[in-house]
Design a protein around this ligand. Structure first.
Ligand SMILES: CC(C)(COP(=O)(O)OP(=O)(O)OC[C@H]1O[C@@H](n2cnc3c(N)ncnc32)[C@H](O)[C@@H]1OP(=O)(O)O)[C@@H](O)C(=O)NCCC(=O)NCCS
Length: 121
């Protein structure tokens, strides 16, 4: 999902990370925002919409999210959307933490899921 004009607010969405070395679950939810879009909840909202699409439309059984241990803002997004830390591993030469959420636990208690509309191709 991409939003905004010119440089944009940022992006969030699902990516298959086939080279993540732990387990069989490779579908990752990720996000990056322009600096002046931080602190407004955009990453959380876009991440929840991505999870809704992954669990609801694609029927993925488990979605992961990967970041470096010191990336506290990204870890905070993972925790806000109901994910839990499940693993650490070196990925692409850098230590990463892995958070995960199962479809059976979606949506996590207290999480308000934005409506997702799917545009036909
Ligand atoms: C990771 C990143 C996307 C997180 O951005 P963020 O602004 O912290 O996260 P959100 O958009 O979910 O916003 C949450 C903040 O908005 C606030 N907020 C305001 N309205 C909100 C709402 N309606 N819903 C949720 N949060 C809201 C929250 O209280 C929180 O504030 P805080 O920063 O004071 O704790 C951003 O730091 C980034 O792009 N970093 C660089 C790239 C990067 O590291 N990407 C991830 C690689 S793994």
């Amino acid at each position: 999902m991409g939003v905004g004009a010119e440089f944009g607010y940022g992006r969030a969405g699902l990516t298959r990370q086939n080279d993540w070395p732990v387990g069989d679950d490779k579908v990752e939810v990720g996000w990056t925002l322009a600096r002046d879009s931080w602190g407004k909840g955009y990453a959380t909202e876009a991440a929840l919409a991505s999870l809704a699409f992954g669990f609801g439309t694609l029927e993925v059984s488990r979605i992961i999210s990967l970041t470096t241990p010191h990336n506290v803002r990204s870890r905070a997004v993972m925790e806000r959307i109901g994910m839990q830390e499940v693993a650490t591993a070196v990925w692409r030469g850098i230590e990463h933490v892995c958070y995960a959420l199962d479809r059976s636990s979606w949506p996590a208690a207290g999480v308000v899921v934005p409506e997702v509309s799917v545009r036909p191709a």
